[in-house]
Write a protein that binds this ligand. Structure first.
Ligand code: GN1
Ligand code: MG
Length: 342
């Protein structure tokens, strides 16, 4: 990336800005753009292997802002800043970049370390979904096709069992058996799909703690990283909070003694989410609150395992057995989670 030709698509005085690498997402490369000292903007290189039609991301964000404007609902999220030509992103050598404002006075946390953070984040993700009550979500485009469709993830796993690297399949035989033994998690998802009580709503689909901006007092300000916002189910957002906030050790942790469930965080997530969403939820959705964690932890184990078997094509890896170890980690978390919630 040659910063200046890129920034000149956004600013007439692009030389006044400088770009610095920022954050640690597995999918996009992220940078800060600053004039002097503090960051003024966030610049993201959109991973088009994952997001095959970046236009759909901006289409959705415009539809969401339009809905809030029409309804007169005052809910903030950072929208992309158009280029000087009026495009929602810049391109350089076929690569797409998006610029959004850096919200002053806010910060993100890479790990959820207090129950207050868990509550604040859950409240913000619930508030985000709640803000779009009444919107026709079928107008939103799937920015990643069948992203949180567990039946599809299962199919991809079955495909990897046929086409994957034979030595990896044999190395991961224990994890493969564990995944197969928990197939009932896939069956329950299929039952949910055919239930009329499960409502498709505006869903974030990536509710990790660093996708919430917090102010200096640690209160939630808004949610960010809106690429995967599309129509979806509550089990996705609630489930990924359980998956990523409950354990002090995250998905990279290889010391499994650090992977366990903190019940007070579990309660805080439910409390925060229900605070903003309670009046919209149907009984069957309420009954699936604990299942949400199983759904997301299992799906993540399945995705890491599938990627390992297929030779690490999707997730960025830091060392050769990274995806294998992530699978072990998520399966351990799943066991712990079931022990606490079933
Ligand atoms: C990816 O890039 P990041 O870390 O926000 C992935 C999520 C996974 C997560 C696992 C588009 O998110 O679904 O939960 O890695 N995003 C996509 O760490 O696949
Ligand atoms: Mg992210």
């Amino acid at each position: 990336m040659t910063g200046n030709t890129l920034l000149s698509q956004f600013f007439t005085d692009s030389d006044a800005y400088h770009i610095q690498a920022f954050g640690n997402g597995l999918i996009h490369k992220t940078f800060t753009v600053s004039r002097s000292g503090d960051p003024d903007f966030i610049l993201q290189e959109i991973n088009t292997l994952v997001f095959k039609t970046p236009k759909d991301i901006s289409y959705n964000l415009e539809a969401l802002s339009g809905f809030l404007r029409e309804q007169g609902r005052d809910v903030f999220f950072p929208s992309p800043i158009p280029t000087l030509d009026g495009n929602p992103y810049a391109t350089e050598a076929g690569v797409y970049f998006r610029l959004t404002p850096f919200v002053k006075g806010t910060h993100t946390e890479d790990a959820c370390t207090t129950v207050e953070q868990a509550y604040e984040a859950a409240f913000q993700f619930g508030k985000f979904t709640a803000a779009f009550k009444g919107m026709d979500v079928s107008t939103l485009r799937p920015t990643i096709s069948r992203f949180h469709d567990l039946a599809f993830r299962w199919e991809q796993f079955c495909e990897a069992m046929k086409k994957g690297d034979p030595s990896r399949i044999s190395h991961a035989s224990t994890q493969i058996r564990q995944i197969e033994d928990d197939y009932s998690i896939v069956s329950r998802y299929q039952a949910i799909l055919s239930s009329s009580e499960f409502i498709q709503r505006v869903t974030h689909h990536d509710t990790k703690i660093n996708n919430v901006l917090l102010n200096e007092e640690g209160k939630g300000v808004c949610v960010i990283d809106l690429d995967t916002v599309m129509s979806g189910l509550l089990i996705s957002d609630l489930g990924d909070m359980f998956r990523t906030y409950l354990s002090p050790g995250n998905e990279e942790e290889v010391d499994l003694s650090k992977v366990f469930v903190r019940p007070a965080f579990h309660a805080a997530i439910i409390e925060g989410y229900l605070e903003s969403m309670r009046d919209q939820l149907h009984q069957e959705e309420l009954n699936a609150i604990n299942y949400a964690g199983e759904f997301m932890i299992y799906m993540q184990a399945l995705r890491f395992l599938t990627d390992y078997l297929m030779g690490d094509q999707y997730y960025g890896i830091r060392y050769p057995l990274n995806n294998y170890n992530r699978t072990i980690n998520q399966l351990a978390l799943l066991d712990q989670y079931k022990a606490v919630t079933r």
